[in-house]
Write a protein that binds this ligand. Structure first.
Ligand code: URA
Length: 240
């Protein structure tokens, strides 16, 4: 059970002050009864709450797929730069949203934004070996020795060891484009792995996390909500 003003504010109906005004004005009903008390306790999962006659579609947490554009920071807020949270449409905004895992400023593609810390932790924990797949365009051709080095596990100059990764060069691309699959998320990992093999990444796009693929119909910079099945796809089919 939670205070009705807190429930409504958490669902993007307005700020705490704004929803308190709405409640006082008699525009909120709980199970058919007008509720004018801000501290009235309701069960948001089971009570029928309406605001100006519209049923509240309560979501404890939200999970957003964004097709991140380049030039935008994967952070909640930044004094100077535009962040992925700044890009969210107003209907998805609520307190506590953060990007679950970072993409570099110039990296594009699949980013999950949520307010569910447990979910993010499960998705990001290296222990869970969730595969992240990227399309990387390089400044030179990918040779067999690079594919083998990725498979063995790249070791950075500072001694940091990467887990074995898969590098494929599909026929549909030229030899300068590869699909990389990694199960961890070290800082600048894909770029550094290629750098160890003498190649520079000129474009990087994440295309999947686990079995959840970036929706090919989602334009760059736009978002959609994930449903329960989408969420589950992240965690099924791990390689380890
Ligand atoms: N690896 C990188 O180098 N950059 C990213 O943004 C993601 C993975």
């Amino acid at each position: 059970m939670e205070r009705i003003d807190k429930i409504l504010a958490s669902q993007n109906i307005g700020s705490r002050k704004e929803v308190q005004k709405i409640i006082k004005s008699g525009d909120v009903c709980i199970n058919g009864e007008v509720c004018r008390k801000n501290d009235f306790k309701a069960d948001p999962e089971n009570d029928i709450i309406t605001v100006r006659g519209q049923a509240l579609n309560y979501r404890k947490h939200i999970y957003i797929m964004m097709n991140k554009p380049g030039g935008v920071l994967s952070a909640s807020r930044d004094k100077n730069a535009m962040t992925v949270i700044d890009l969210l449409p107003s209907e998805y905004r609520r307190r506590g949203l953060f990007p679950a895992g970072r993409l570099d400023k110039d990296t594009e593609g699949l980013l999950i934004i949520t307010d569910d810390g447990d979910f993010a932790h499960k998705m990001l924990s290296p222990k869970n070996h969730i595969e992240k797949r990227y399309v990387a365009v390089l400044d030179g051709e990918i040779k067999q020795d690079t594919i083998s080095a990725f498979k063995k596990g790249i070791i950075f100059a500072d001694g940091t060891k990467c887990m074995p990764a898969q590098l494929e060069v599909p026929d549909i691309y030229d030899q300068k484009t590869g699909i990389v699959t990694i199960c961890e998320g070290k800082f600048h990992q894909v770029k550094k792995m290629f750098a160890c093999c003498g190649l520079n990444v000129v474009h990087l796009k994440r295309i999947s996390i686990g079995n959840l693929h970036l929706d090919s119909k989602l334009p760059i910079g736009e978002c959609k909500l994930l449903n329960n099945l989408d969420k589950e796809l992240i965690f099924i089919g791990n390689i380890h």
